[in-house]
Design a protein around this ligand. Structure first.
Ligand SMILES: [Zn+2]
Length: 415
């Protein structure tokens, strides 16, 4: 079973599925179909029904449950993404299996996975670890998730005499790395009541909280006059922008936060400033787990806006704040069994569940607000979007067994 999962994983990572931020099409790159079509064939071979690949490159399929027809157990979904990050090449991936890792640095072509920078490596002594050859990313994000889901489904199917489970739905999506994986996700067609994304993280991790997020764009319009004759006339938009930047509380910027000890702290962040005397724009974001604090942060920005307008009556100062995504906790709190079952599944394997907060967004957050409560489960990999990305096979095995357990636990709960 394990060997076959690894074999699948090694097959998937060799297929280039990099997504493209600048593309306007869906999927953002055609090559994602190369993997989608292979997966659809494999799902059919395992015995899934209703297997489809949509025109936007979403693979879906159903593993029929084996419970009594009257059973009320809800259909449960598992989701992983097929694309890899545009930040590092995902072409010609040459995965290396390091058998029985003996500790210390892992030397790859032109790059080293350093033991002192990766203290978690010490947990994997005597484990088999997979990396790329060092020239590309590996793509365990999220092809480990795909291999685990496919293998878990095969496990359920081949053990259907022994195990009891309700209907399991699966979806493999394109374009997660460019933030568009839910754009054409048909929640109704998917047909699950709850789902789990299987994406990233070490054994035991479960994420059911993410930031509330907004984007705030400031436009400052000044007045340009020849500096030789500018007395009392020139209004320098850049100087107003400098004043504005000074209003952002320095202690609440991302670079001032220690994520290890201040995991729950939100921030303001200016990521782009562009301008001249006549017009300066400043693009910023607001992040906070707590929705009350989040609203207060927005209000605070409106206060700066008022203050600037008072200080610079001759300039035109505009602020547009747009919400980007919300904390899925809001939805998941209404369906506590989703996370409870995942925790129970992880514990049943003798693994310690690690509840984590995502200091960013996630597919699951969007899906949760689209009516499909979806926390995130670990897929086992480390150092995503990097040439030092790696995945211990043990973590993949843990993830696969967690996926098998979840439908079983749901079946028991509803009997
Ligand atoms: Zn991912």
């Amino acid at each position: 079973m394990l060997e076959k999962m690894v074999e699948r994983f090694l097959e998937y990572v060799k297929i280039d599925t990099q997504s493209d931020r600048d593309s306007k099409t869906s999927p953002s790159t055609k090559k994602q179909f190369d993997l989608a079509n292979i997966l659809a064939e494999q799902l059919k071979a395992i015995g899934l029904s209703k297997v489809s690949v949509s025109i936007h490159c979403y693979v879906m399929g159903t593993l029929e449950g084996n419970l009594d027809k009257k059973s009320k157990v809800p259909p449960i979904g598992f989701i992983a993404h097929m694309d890899t990050s545009p930040s590092v090449s995902g072409a010609d991936v040459k995965p290396i299996v390091h058998k029985k890792y003996q500790g210390g640095d892992i030397e790859l072509k032109g790059i080293t996975i350093k033991a002192d920078e990766n203290p978690e490596l010490s947990r994997y002594i005597n484990c088999d670890i997979i990396t790329s050859d060092g020239t590309t990313l590996l793509g365990a994000d999220d092809k480990a998730g795909i291999a685990e889901i496919v293998s878990a489904l095969e496990f359920l199917q081949t053990n259907s005499e022994k195990l009891q489970y309700g209907t399991v739905k699966i979806a493999f999506t394109p374009d997660e790395e460019v933030g568009r994986s839910t754009e054409h996700f048909d929640v109704k067609k998917f047909g699950a009541k709850y789902a789990y994304t299987v994406d990233g993280g070490e054994s035991g991790e479960i994420e059911s909280e993410n930031f509330n997020a907004a984007k705030a764009v400031w436009t400052i319009i000044g007045k340009n006059v020849h500096p030789g004759y500018a007395g009392g006339k020139l209004v320098n938009a850049q100087k107003i922008a400098a004043k504005l930047i000074g209003m952002f509380p320095h202690e609440e910027s991302p670079e001032m936060i220690d994520e290890k000890t201040e995991e729950d702290k939100g921030y303001y962040h200016i990521y782009k400033t562009n301008g001249d005397v006549e017009q300066t724009t400043l693009e910023s974001i607001i992040r906070d787990f707590d929705s009350g604090n989040f609203e207060q942060r927005k209000q605070r920005m409106w206060n700066w806006h008022n203050e600037l307008r008072r200080l610079y009556p001759k300039a035109k100062i505009e602020l547009v704040i747009e919400d980007e995504y919300k904390n899925m906790k809001e939805v998941l709190d209404k369906h506590p069994e989703v996370v409870e079952v995942a925790v129970e599944a992880i514990e049943s394997l003798g693994i310690r569940p690690l509840r984590k907060r995502i200091r960013g967004g996630t597919d699951g957050a969007r899906l949760s607000f689209m009516g499909l409560p979806t926390p995130n489960l670990f897929a086992g990999g480390v150092n995503f979007h990097s040439r030092t990305e790696y995945v211990p096979i043990k973590n993949m095995s843990d993830a696969m067994h967690t996926i098998v357990k979840i439908p079983e636990i749901f079946a028991k709960r509803y009997q």
